[in-house]
Design a protein around this ligand. Structure first.
Ligand SMILES: Cc1ncc(COP(=O)(O)O)c(C=O)c1O
Length: 497
């Protein structure tokens, strides 16, 4: 019970709260009323969302350069009208929904996905292991410095809307895939605003409300969110060390006609395993037999942990089926801030996706694409840089875990950005709530499970700075001890009066 009360109000970061409240001092009346109004307005618009943790009174007073009494009075009014709640040890958090959430009948997704909370509202958790994002590669910094000379005059003379993407960049991506064993023409490539947009466009095309979509479990939460927001029913397929269980795939496709099968073969997100070539062949057999439409996501392919393989592990390279779409991204080898991804598929589907993309955004930024074009020449170099970085992050993390948490288990990843850790029979969600209080923000397993489950799994990214990863060890250990003590006290026999 104590634990439930401590669950799980990520305290917003200082910058975000300041920009949501400024300029709170304007207007008339006592200061505490002005602050109360500013807080109420930001909660009403959703800038501060239901479930968010607010800074302590002392901290907010310091941030806003005002007195603690002012903050206390404003919080008190909002508590009395059920906009805020506070509890000793858990701080103060927002209980009211925004006007729009109420209008749309949306439930607050309180901490459901620490990643989205972290990128939308920010967090000041000292050790943020909720995202596997990496800063820009040195190669990006160099290319940015030289950028003036890259911006091609002919491109700049055009109107700037290119729904398919810059021709030379499409060609560069096609050539890279062809070199890695996936023969591809320029016309088969669509440049997208990150792989995330590719997932959205493809889901819009194939997934209607009440459709059935098959996904691995666990899988990439960004895809779960897109698919479930289309109103589709997700059927999940468990995995072993080589990929999804093909028996289960066969069984499911006997009973339902899925609109889409989403897979992350190279490397699997979040576990970093690489689907074996035998398993890829078996999956291709089922895909051809059952005429399945496949979205394979190889966004993590350019963070290898072993020496870079000459050939990409992908389904598309093994089938003539016109219903396999492959998506990838420059976010991992170079930088997520470029927002450049791509889709490879049969020309007819690429044309249809480009039409849909044109309606969505007229085309991805040409500034980013010009830079990406320059970067493509250095893709192998970037993947090697990432490999070295991920390798040292992985060994820092696994050494730390082996030392501080010897009971935890994982499968050694072959690539990607995170370790998929098994906590025995512990609840990862409850553990993550305690870890957050100790200053480490983590994403528990259920976030990655499209149909539920994975309650004892935890995703820990290893692409953070090794120093940060090592510093997490003692904090996680202390959270683990507290979790175990709490669990023992919950399960201990009670005296019945
Ligand atoms: C498996 C997977 N697919 C897609 C994406 C989306 O990447 P982006 O939109 O940055 O290209 C990510 C990002 O983390 C990912 O891990």
């Amino acid at each position: 019970v104590v634990l439930a009360s401590a669950l799980y109000h990520l305290v917003m970061d200082r910058r975000t709260i300041l920009s949501a409240l400024e300029p709170w001092r304007t207007g008339s009346g006592p200061l505490y009323r002005r602050l109360e109004k500013a807080l109420r307005a930001a909660i009403g618009t959703g800038e501060i969302s239901a479930g968010s943790g607010l800074p302590s009174e002392r901290e907010l007073a310091r941030l806003l350069d005002t007195s603690r009494t002012t903050v206390n009075a404003a919080y008190e009014i909002l508590r009395s009208s059920a906009v805020l709640s506070s509890r000793q040890g858990s701080g103060t958090w927002v209980t009211a929904q925004s006007r729009y959430d109420r209008m749309l009948g949306r439930r607050p997704s309180i901490g459901r996905d620490a990643f989205f909370r972290s990128i939308i509202e920010g967090t000041d958790a000292p050790v943020d292991l909720s995202t596997a994002l990496v800063p820009a590669s040195q190669i990006v910094l160099q290319a940015l410095a030289e950028f003036g000379s890259v911006a091609g005059a002919s491109v700049l003379a055009s109107g700037g809307y290119e729904p398919y993407g810059l021709h030379e960049l499409r060609r560069g991506i096609a050539e890279d895939l062809s070199r890695r064993g996936l023969p591809t023409t320029t016309g088969q490539i669509l440049v997208t605003t990150g792989a995330q947009q590719a997932i959205t466009l493809i889901a819009d095309m194939f997934v209607s409300p009440r459709a059935q979509v098959l996904m691995e479990s666990p899988t990439y939460p960004g895809a779960i969110d897109v698919i479930s927001s289309r109103g589709a029913a997700i059927r999940s397929i468990r995995m072993d060390q080589e990929g999804i269980m093909v028996d289960r795939l066969l069984q499911l496709t006997e009973r339902v006609e899925p609109a889409l099968l989403y897979l992350t073969p190279t490397y699997h997100s979040p576990s970093g395993i690489e689907v074996s070539s035998e398993r890829l062949d078996e999956i291709v057999n089922v895909v051809e037999q059952r005429n399945l439409t496949v979205l394979e996501d190889i966004s993590l392919a350019d963070i290898p942990l072993t020496a870079t393989r000459a050939e990409l592990g992908s389904l598309a390279g093994r089938t003539e089926s016109p219903r396999v779409l492959t998506i990838g991204s420059l976010s991992k080898p170079f930088w997520g801030g470029l927002r450049i991804g791509w889709t490879r598929g049969p020309v007819e589907l690429i044309v249809e996706l480009a039409r849909r993309k044109a309606v969505t955004d007229f085309g991805s930024s040409l500034v980013s694409q010009l830079l990406a074009l320059r970067l493509m020449e250095k893709l192998r170099e970037a993947a090697e840089e990432r490999r070295q970085w991920a390798t040292s992050g992985l060994s820092a993390l696994t050494d730390t875990l082996a030392h501080y948490l010897p009971d935890w288990r994982w499968t050694q990843p072959r690539g990607g950005a995170s370790l998929w850790v098994q906590l025995g029979d512990a609840s990862a969600t409850e553990f993550a709530a305690i870890a957050l209080r100790k200053g480490v923000m983590l994403t528990p397993g259920p976030t990655f499970a499209p149909e539920g489950g994975e309650r004892s799994s935890l995703r820990i990214p290893f692409v953070a700075d090794p120093k940060v990863l090592r510093s997490a060890g003692p904090l996680l250990r202390s959270a683990w001890e507290e979790y175990q003590a709490w669990r023992d006290s919950e399960t201990a026999p009670r005296l019945v009066m």
